[in-house]
Design a protein. Structure first.
Lengths: 224, 224, 224, 224
DNA sequence: GGTTAATCGAGACGGTACGTCTTGTCTTTGA
DNA sequence: TCAAAGACAAGACGTACCGTCTCGATTAACC
C-alpha cells in the first residue's frame, strides 16, 4: 500500500519507544487488570507521551494486541503448522495440552483474556484480530483436519469449521468463562469425545494408557 | 437474612422507578452499546437520581443483569425443565434451535452479549450470575442428559459437564465470538456430531429427513 | 432574573471551596505568573476538581478576576465615593498616591497586571470587567470631577471622560508598561499638570477654527 | 556584536523563508487572533519547518515583533524626526491624528495590540521591544518637546518624560483598553488640554509646600 | 393522623481518564 | 549541507463519568 498523505511514516518510528510501550502495557495489565489499564498509565510507565501512543494505535486494546503478538514472538503472517504424525487424536491431544498449559499461566492468560474480551466489544479491533490472528490460526487447524480426512481418520462429509468448533470450542469456552479447570484430563476427554461422540460406548480402560479413567472430575474449584 | 443496619429496606422501594431504570438500561445499551452505557445516562433517561441506582445496584453490569432477567420474564429460582420426549437428539435439536432464534434477535442478543462480556470481567457480577443463572441452567441441562443415560441414549461413562460443554459450547462460542451465523443447519450438525463424533461415517441422507445434507455451509457472512 | 433551567444553582455552591479556589489562583499567579497559571494547577492547589472550576467560571481569567475582587474586599455594586474636601487637587493627589502605593505592592500588582492583560485579550472577560469594575469606578471619578466643576475648580466646558483620561491615563500607562517608577512625585506632577490644563477657561470658540467645539462627545460605541 | 558560539550564522539565512514566516505570522494573527496563533501554524502556513522558526526567533512574540517592524518599513535604528514647523500644538495634532488613523485600521491595529500585550507579559521580549522601538521613539518625542522648550512653547521646568506621558499616554490608554473611539476630536482635545497644562509657567516653589520641586526625576530604574 | 425515617430527584463535589493540542527539542530524509 | 517534515516527551486543555455527598420534598410505616 502506498503510504497515504496523512498516515504516520512508519520509517521514522522510534523502535525503542514502541518496545517500552508494549512492555508497559503488559506489565500494567498484569498489575491492575484491563479495566484499570489506561493510556495515560501506559505512557507514564513507558516514559512516553500520550500522543505517541495515539499516533500509532487507535485504542488501548490495539496496544495490548500488539503487545501480546510480540510476546508470542509471532511474526505477522508466519503461521506455522500443527504437528502431523499421522495419528490425529495424539496430535490434537498434544496441541491442546500445550494450549492448556499456556492458558493456565496467568502471565499469558490474564492479558489474553483481557484482549479476547476487548475483541468481543470493539468491532474495529475485532476486524484486526480476525485478520491477523484468528483466521490464520483457524486455517492452520483446518489444514490438519483436512489431512486427517485424506487418510480416513475423519469422516469425509464433516464440515471442517464445525469440526474446529467441536474440538477447540469447549476448551476456549471453559477457559474464557472459567467454567472449570483446564486439566490434561479435560482436554483429552474433549478430544476423544469430539472424535468419537457422546453416544459411543466407553473405551475399555486398558486402552487409555495412563490418561486415567474415561470419567474425569471435570468440574471443581476454579482456583482463581 | 435479617436486614443489616446498612441494607436498604426493600419494602420501601419504588417499583415504578425500578422499572424505569431497567427499561432505560435496556434502551440505552441497544442505542449506544455497553461501552458507552453510563450510570449517569441511565439515571437521566429514567428520570431518576444517580443515588437511587447506586442504592440498589453495585454496578451498571448488575443493572443490566436485572434488566435482562426481567426481560426473559425469568423469575429468580424458577428453572423449568428441558423437553424430554424420549428422543435425546430431537429434544436437543429443538432446544438449540430455540436458543439460536433468541441469539439471532439483536434486541435480546446485544444486551446479552454485553452482559456476558461484563461477567467475564467483573468477578462480583460473575458470582451473582453464576449463582442466579448459570448454575441452575447447567443443572437443568445435566438432568436431561442424565435421563438420556438412564435410557441408554448416552454412554454411561461420560462426564455430564463435559457433555454439556460439547453440546452447548460450540454454539455459545460461535455466537459470542461471531465466528459465523447461527443457522438451524449449524445447530443440527453440532448436536448430531456431539452425539456421534467426527470420526463416524456419514449418516445416510435418507435418515436425515428434511434437515438437509450432513455437510452444511457453516461459515459465511455474519449477517449482524 | 429567574434562574434558567441550565444555569448552575448558586444556592448549592460550596463557599469554602470557592474561597480555596480564589486563594489558590492568587497564590499561583504570584508564584508562576499568569502565563503558567493553569486551571489544573489551581484545582490541584485548592484541593478541588477541575469541573468545579469549570462549573462556575468560564476561564482562568474569570477566576482571577473574582479573586482580585474578593481581595479588594470590593462587594459587587458597592462603589463608594472619592474624597471630597473641597480641594480637588489635594483630593486627587491623595487618591493617586494611594493607588500608586497599591500598584507598587507586588502582591496586589502582579495579579492585577495579569488580569488587566487578560482583559485586553479576552472579549468575554472584558465585558464582565467593564460592567463590574471599570464603569462603576469611572463613574465615581466622573462624579468627583463634576462636583469640582460645580464649585469652579474645573472648566465647565471640559469633557469629564477626557478629564479622567488626562488624570488617570498617564499613571495607568506608566504602571502597565513599566515605563518608570510610580513615585509620589510622579503622581503629584501628573495631577498638577493635568489640572493646570483642565482648569483653564475655555478657549473662545472662534479661536478653534474647524476643530469643532471644545466639548466633544469623546465616549461612545467602540466600533469593534 | 561578535557572533557568539551558539548564535546562528546570519549570512546563511534564507531571506525568502524569513519573509514567508513574517507574512504567515501577520496573516494568522489577523485571522485567528494572538491567543490562537501558534508556531506550528506559522510554520505550516509559511511552508517552513518549526525548527527554522526556533532557530531564528525565541518566541512567537518575537516573530510578530519582527513582522510588525517589517510592516512599518521601519529599519532598525532609523528613527526619523517628528515634524517641527515651529507650532508645537499643530505639529502634535498632526502626529497624533496620524497615529489615530493607524490605530483605527484593524490590519495594523490588531497585530499591534497583540504585540503590545505580549510585551506586557514576556520580559525578554519587553527588553527587545524597549531597546529597538520604545526608547528610540520616546527619544524622538523628547527631542521635539525640547525644541519647543527652546522657543518658549513649553514651560522650561517641565520634565520631558512626564510631558510625553501627558500627551501620548491618554491616547495609548484609550486605544489599548478600548475605552472609547479614537476620533480626531479626541486627540485634538487631549493635545490642547495637555499643552495648556504643560505650557503654564511653573508654580512658584514656595507654593508647592513639601511636595518638592516642579521638576522631578520621573524616570529611572524600574526595580523589577 | 402525626410522627418519623427512608427514598426520591437533583446535582455539587473530588477525582481519573479521555482524546486533542501545542510546546520546544531531536531525528530523518530529500534536494 | 541545509531545511522540510515530523516524531518525540511533556503537559494543559475542556469534557465525560465515576462514586460519594448533601439537599429539600415526597412517601410510607408505625405509633
Amino acid at each position: 500500500m502506498t503510504p497515504s498523505r496523512r498516515a504516520p511514516d512508519n520509517a521514522r518510528r522510534n523502535e525503542s519507544t514502541r518496545q517500552a510501550i508494549l512492555n508497559a502495557a503488559l506489565e500494567l495489565v498484569s498489575e491492575v487488570g484491563y479495566a484499570k489499564l489506561s493510556v495515560e498509565g501506559i505512557a507514564a510507565r513507558a516514559g512516553a507521551g500520550k500522543q505517541t501512543i495515539y499516533r500509532w494505535w487507535p485504542s488501548k486494546g490495539a496496544v495490548l494486541f500488539d503487545a501480546l503478538l510480540a510476546l508470542s514472538g509471532g511474526q505477522e503472517g508466519e503461521t506455522g503448522e500443527l504437528p502431523d504424525t499421522g495419528d490425529l487424536e495424539a496430535d490434537l491431544r498434544a496441541v491442546l495440552r500445550a494450549t492448556a498449559d499456556e492458558l493456565n499461566d496467568p502471565r499469558y492468560s490474564e492479558p489474553m483474556r483481557a484482549l479476547t474480551v476487548e475483541v468481543l466489544v470493539d468491532p474495529d479491533l475485532a476486524a484486526d484480530y480476525q485478520q491477523r490472528l484468528e483466521e490464520p490460526v483457524r486455517e492452520m487447524k483446518r489444514r490438519r483436519l483436512r489431512s486427517a480426512q485424506d487418510v480416513g481418520q475423519l469422516s469425509p462429509g464433516v464440515d471442517l469449521d464445525v469440526a474446529v468448533d467441536m474440538i477447540w470450542g469447549p476448551v476456549r469456552s471453559r477457559w474464557l468463562h472459567r467454567d472449570g479447570p483446564l486439566t490434561e484430563e479435560y482436554v483429552d476427554v474433549v478430544v476423544r469425545t469430539a472424535l468419537q461422540g457422546l453416544r459411543a460406548p466407553d473405551i475399555p480402560e486398558e486402552a487409555l494408557g495412563d490418561q486415567g479413567a474415561g470419567r474425569v472430575d471435570s468440574r471443581g474449584g476454579d482456583g482463581g
